[in-house]
Design a protein around this ligand. Structure first.
Ligand code: ATP
Length: 234
């Protein structure tokens, strides 16, 4: 579904992503893990068209994305729930969700709003509340619900568990599995390696802009290098 090849991205002279390659097949949950500054967010923002690569290719369902504008990428079926949620605080929960459907003209939007409410019932309860009054966990649910409103084939989640309580983190991670079961393919960026690898069909470990290790979620969870560097084990 998604193939990234030899991707390089720089901010001026700072090379953030240094020639990475990975792929995501339909139905998978693929995770990119790595410490701060590894280049995970930069990678997702480049796939979304928010940054342009210096070199390399990004192919989504057979189509090259490297020169497609961000607002034209969403209708192709690729949604991005960004780091830090980026919800619109003064708008209501419902208006935030509807913004996720900005590119759609079909008649299923109301049904998909109900599906987002079914996924996260608190959003239904608080649909008229300004989103800025939500807790971090609730804002994360809203950001994921908003991304789902574009009916993505591939959903990219950037650190959905960041700053959440263990209980809320579990809820968010369980939802990742639910979405996969409902047919959405997922590219998950996480610092919480354990939670991500547990659910991932495949994982890639990024270090200062390079992929240093890859394998199935189970293989990486069992790897000594991953256990020492990312799971805090001796
Ligand atoms: P984190 O988990 O901390 O968000 P990350 O793996 O997502 O880390 P990136 O945010 O992609 O990492 O950052 C990769 C590198 O690019 C870092 O060295 C960072 O300082 C640098 N960088 C990121 N954004 C910018 C920017 N706008 N201008 C200059 N350098 C940047």
């Amino acid at each position: 579904m998604l193939e990234v090849k030899n991707l390089e991205v720089a901010y001026g002279k700072i090379k953030a992503v240094k020639g990475i390659s990975f792929d995501v097949n339909e139905g998978e949950v693929v995770t990119l893990i790595g410490t701060n500054g590894a280049g995970k967010t930069t990678t997702l923002r480049t796939i979304s068209g928010l940054l342009r690569p210096n070199s390399g290719t990004i192919t989504f369902q057979g189509r090259d994305l490297t020169s497609v504008a961000a607002h034209d990428i969403v209708p192709l079926g690729l949604a991005h729930s960004p780091e830090g949620r980026r919800i619109f605080p003064r708008l209501t929960v419902e208006d935030n969700l509807n913004l996720g459907a900005f590119a759609r003209k079909d008649k299923q939007i109301a049904n998909d709003l109900e599906a987002a409410f079914d996924l996260f019932p608190i959003l239904r309860e608080r649909r008229a509340q300004p989103a800025g009054t939500f807790s971090g966990g609730e804002q994360q649910m809203l950001a994921m619900g908003r991304a789902m409103m574009s009916r993505p084939k591939l959903l990219m989640l950037d650190e959905p568990s960041m700053g959440l309580s263990p209980l809320m983190m579990k809820k968010i991670m369980t939802t990742v599995t639910t979405l996969q079961e409902q047919g959405t393919t997922i590219l998950l960026v996480e610092q919480n390696a354990q939670a991500a690898l547990k659910r991932a069909t495949k994982g890639y470990v990024l270090e200062v802009g390079k992929i240093v290790l890859s394998g199935s979620g189970q293989e990486l969870l069992a790897s000594d290098d991953v256990r020492k560097a990312y799971l805090g084990e001796d």
